[in-house]
Design a protein around this ligand. Sequence first.
Ligand code: AMP
Ligand code: GLY
Length: 421
Amino acid sequence: MLNVLVVGSGGRESALVWKIGQSDMVGELYCAPGNAGTNNNVAIAAEDIDGLVAFAKDKKIGLTVVGPEAPLAAGIVDRFEAEGLVAFGPSMKSARLEASKAFMKDILVKAGVPTARYEVHDDRDKAVLALEKFGERVVVKADGLAAGKGVVVATSRAEAVEAIDSMLVQNTFGAAGSNIILEETLDGEEASILAFCDGNDVMMMPSSQDHKRIGENDTGPNTGGMGAYSPAPVVTEEMSAWIFDNVMRKTLETMRAEGAPYRGILYAGLMITEDGPKVLEFNCRFGDPECQPILMRLESDIVPILLACAKGELKGVASEWREEAAVCVVMASEGYPGSYEKGKVITGIESAEELASVKVFHAGTALGDNGVVTTGGRVLGVTATGATVADAIEKAYSGVAKIEWDGAYYRKDIGRKAIDR
Ligand code: AMP
Ligand code: GLY
């Protein structure tokens, strides 16, 4: 039997633990640090690489699956491999596809993958001068990891200058914003394609779509993601085949040529424009909440796939996916993505899970004296499958209706775009 450790504590990690736990191959399954929805939690932070290595050795962990980007960018997989341990995720060098947008853009250009026209700057005055090449609508991005806050889609020159000043003069994002990217604004509908990669080969997952804004109809500030559905009908079968050849394969070939073979999840955030799909960003991990509906659609055992990726043996491994659609509605703390209160007692999770095809994945939760309490901005991912996206939406919201706490907030329009189509 294989002992498995999942690293992280969000909805993504809850979904991974749920799916991995169904495998016949798995002996002990741990989560570090986990949340109230995961069993066998270990009190080691996701960034504590030394602590995680020591735990993995002690418990004879045969596979460690890393959820979040921070430990990946800090080289957790390299450290595990140096210790003779098997870990799923990209190396530090490969994780730069997410950790540096300038690196990512450079790879895309080398690979010939369509993306927004851009320039990289580290000087405030030169960046402001360069704005004229992009017109009124320009996107200003911090190069490094900024927890989803490092992107400003400006609608006026003044707004763009303000963003440049904030990153290059006021150092709002510290070192992560000491280089910035200016890029043209692309129009279209967004979709995500995630793929399992082993350095050479690619296994694409079904398409999905996130809902990044806090408010209904995509208004208000950006969040980590307020809900997701899969499949995303904006991605046709033909487009999907094109993305496989022209985004995934080409990126992997180029990463290999750079001496950084890409293993783990490659998450392509795409804008489906009139000229076809263009890459907005890469993430080096499962998206959260996208991971939740996607894993509910995965019929196959995930463990052989994860192992094959980590060992460079993905060729010939197959995966089966359910025809059904899946939808995840995130329930968040009132105030998120700004400040919010914690420690609210949550009721109704069990009755939501009694509904057919509904699964409640925990994100920002902990076990308190009076039951499960809120500890984060995004608290739960209420996820359901259904014959169609419409059906899955209805089921997910019937689950949401059972759950309560003081200050619970959720968007009421998750998945509507898929239906409108
Ligand atoms: P990123 O982290 O690079 O994906 O950016 C976050 C969000 O900003 C994306 O999901 C898009 O909604 C938006 N965005 C980023 N780049 C562009 C672009 N070139 N054109 C239009 N929207 C963009
Ligand atoms: N939901 C977007 C992300 O995980 O980055």
